[in-house]
Design a protein around this ligand. Structure first.
Ligand code: KIV
Ligand code: NA
Length: 276
């Protein structure tokens, strides 16, 4: 089937639920695409899950372009959305458009995502004028971790929830084709979903969003350690992977690998000539 576009995702509002996954390189992108994800986000979470950083503040445009290009090469059906990293769009509308455009021009993505509310409406409108579809992201916006004082759920008070609703309306009005809601109470996500005309994609935002997103490594158990309760680990690939790698190391040391089946030998006549 043909590749999904940003308008296809927008058109899923009120229809079937949208399944989004992150991916960070060629094999993870192929897996998410073959599994049937509607959209694949090259999240700046790659700083944490791929680069071992403590948060997303150290992720650069160069990191994002490098990973996005690899993801694009692995995807046939899903929409590829690239995450705008810290400081790539905050310093001005011109720089925001230029950096967003690099994801389409240099890496082959077909949409970008950025964290933030109404304060970024001018940036989003300029991106749209340039032909770049934009996904919004409000709630727990991890690039604000220093200001929030940690990875803390947002929108817990009536006042904070109303501010999120106002931001959601502004982002939809600006022309975003979808909106990520991260770590907000289910009631807040449900009301935003009911009141805006674009799909909401939740992570830690309850069951009433128009779609859901999870981090690839969290789904497959490739990120051992503490996971927030809203994450569902569907399988544990870490343990069998480590055991397989340990078996290889053991067999090398014992001389059991390579066995005859893993060995190439010369043709008998060539061997005779070689040994003569
Ligand atoms: O970077 C990321 O993975 C994200 C999703 C969790 C929405 O922004
Ligand atoms: Na992100």
């Amino acid at each position: 089937s043909k590749q999904r576009t940003a308008p296809d995702i927008l058109a899923m509002k009120g229809g079937g639920r949208i399944a989004m996954l992150t991916a960070y390189d060629f094999p993870t992108a192929r897996l998410a695409d073959e599994a049937g994800a509607d959209a694949i986000l090259v999240g700046d979470s790659l700083g944490m899950v791929c680069l071992g950083l403590p948060d997303t503040l150290g992720v650069t445009m160069d990191h994002m372009l490098h990973h996005t290009a690899a993801v694009v090469r692995g995807v046939a059906r899903a929409l590829v959305v690239a995450d705008m990293p810290f400081l790539s769009y905050h310093t001005g509308v011109g720089e925001a458009v230029a950096n967003a455009g690099r994801f389409l021009q240099q890496a082959g993505a077909r949409a970008v995502k950025l964290e933030g509310g109404a304060e970024f409406v001018p940036h989003i409108q300029a991106m749209l004028a340039a032909g770049i579809p934009v996904m919004g992201h409000i709630g727990l916006t991890p690039q604000q971790v220093a200001r929030f004082g940690g990875f803390k759920a947002q929108g817990k008070t009536a006042r904070a929830a109303k501010a999120l609703l106002a931001d959601a309306r502004a982002l939809a009005q600006a022309g975003c084709f979808a909106l990520v809601l991260e770590a907000v109470p289910a009631e807040v996500a449900e009301r935003i979903t009911a009141e805006i005309p674009i799909p909401t994609i939740g992570i830690g935002a309850g069951p009433r969003c128009d779609g859901q997103v999870l981090v690839f490594h969290d789904v497959l158990g490739l990120c051992p350690g503490l996971r927030p309760s809203f994450v569902k680990q569907y399988t544990d690939l870490w343990t069998p992977a480590r055991e397989a790698l340990a078996a290889y190391c053991r067999e090398v040391r014992e001389g059991a690998f390579p066995a005859e089946a893993n060995t190439r030998r010369m043709a008998p006549d060539e061997l005779d000539a070689f040994q003569a």
